[in-house]
Design a protein around this ligand. Structure first.
Ligand code: THU
Length: 135
């Protein structure tokens, strides 16, 4: 893990912060943005989309992954997650599983609007994952 404050010039982080503005979070009021960079350089974004049933809420990370896959992307370099907290927001357990299955041991960058950044490998956030290799 590494930690820094940096000027917001990285297009992936700018995209995640921008996607956060579209969050539909009337219940939690907790807005999250995500951006995922394909090997071809394309950036796909997502935000959390909440639902009155609560349980059907979808996290920003999964929206970004599913959008990317639906647009033909299959291999990924980095994922950024943006939220308004100094204790930077990591992907939830469900998102870690989906990220592992589509991205493997990808780089995960957490960021907030003040430019605080932490970088992880997914394997460190999600040790011993279950995946297709067990089937
Ligand atoms: N949320 C995300 O979108 N990503 C995360 O990594 C953590 C949580 C959303 C789900 C819900 O809309 C709100 O944040 C509060 O849990």
């Amino acid at each position: 893990m590494s930690f820094a404050w940096a000027p917001m010039t990285d297009p992936l982080l700018v995209a995640a912060l921008g996607a956060r503005e579209n969050a539909f979070a009337p219940f939690s009021k907790f807005k999250v943005g995500a951006a995922i960079e394909g090997l071809d350089g394309r950036i796909h974004t997502g935000c959390n989309v909440e639902n009155a049933t609560y349980g059907l809420t979808m996290c920003a990370e999964r929206v970004a992954v599913y959008k990317a896959v639906s647009e033909g992307a299959r291999r990924f370099k980095r994922v950024a997650v943006a939220a308004e907290s100094d204790n930077l927001t990591p992907p939830c357990g469900a998102c870690r599983q989906i990220l592992w299955e589509f991205c493997g041991d990808v780089e995960i960058v957490l960021v907030n609007p003040r430019g605080k950044i932490e970088t992880f490998r997914l394997k460190d956030l999600f040790p011993r994952p279950f995946d297709v290799s067990y089937l």
